[in-house]
Ligand binder design. Structure first.
Ligand code: ADE
Length: 240
């Protein structure tokens, strides 16, 4: 998968060199480029923001650097217009669709994602409208809270998406049994020692009966989901 990120803080993404995603990049499974929005400005101060028309607090990101950045990064979108095969441009925004495991799975199947990280009070609306004439565009929110900018949201999305790209996680079976994959929260896990600080591992996990273990884990998932996230149960039931 190819991933482009446009940001005024490229160094935020230095950590994508390490861990699982760093390995995936080295292995050629993820081709990731980070672009500094200020490289597409033309004034001495490399200005990316200005005061809002109509007044109000804060600054708004100017459209011109964004337009030039996407023209440079998505030259194919310039010539082909919006098609099924267009790159998908994602703008993290608290006003977007909420990011979920289901969305992560859909996005992991895309050949080319481009992320635009806004800052300040947001990006001039015409950037979204113009980009949407050339490529597919989606606003995506991490949740109902406000971050200072899109960088942390993009980092979270790339981590969730990247690990679903075939070959990135060594043992694909480990992806199947996690929280949210079957619509439920995951069951509690234990490892050695069998007794720690007076606490025993549940005996059912020690008896080698895989049917009993699977049933216990499923019960734990249902109990935990009902307690912590009852809102997930109707969708999870419809999957069973
Ligand atoms: N930018 C600011 N807040 C955000 C959020 N909740 N999700 C995604 N991007 C954001």
């Amino acid at each position: 998968m190819r991933i482009d990120i446009v940001t005024i803080f490229p160094e935020f993404f230095d950590v994508l060199d390490i861990s699982l995603l760093g390995k995936a990049r080295q292995a050629g499974l993820i081709d990731l480029s980070v672009h500094n929005l200020r490289d597409y400005t033309h004034d001495r101060h490399r200005t990316v923001d200005d005061t809002p028309y109509g007044g109000g607090a804060g600054m708004v990101m100017k459209p011109e650097p964004w337009g030039e950045a996407f023209d440079a990064i998505l030259p194919e979108a310039q010539t082909n217009g919006v098609t099924e095969g267009s790159p998908l441009v994602i703008f993290p925004s608290p006003a977007g669709d909420v990011f979920t495991q289901k969305m992560a799975r859909e996005l992991a199947a895309e050949p080319h994602l481009a992320f635009g990280c806004g800052r300040y009070e947001g990006i001039d609306q015409r950037v979204f409208d113009d980009t949407a004439t050339k490529s597919r565009v989606r606003l995506v929110s991490l949740g109902d809270y406000v971050l200072n900018g899109g960088e942390v949201a993009v980092m979270a999305m790339i981590e969730a998406i990247g690990r679903l790209i075939p070959g990135v996680v060594g043992n694909p079976a480990s992806l199947v049994e996690e929280s949210h994959e079957d619509g439920l929260l995951e069951y509690p896990s234990y490892t050695k020692p069998a007794r720690w600080r007076g606490r025993d591992v549940p005996p059912v996990l020690m008896n080698g009966n895989h049917g009993l273990i699977a049933a216990w884990r499923h019960e734990q998932q249902l109990e935990r989901t009902a307690r912590v996230r009852p809102d997930l149960l109707p969708a999870a039931n419809s999957k069973e």
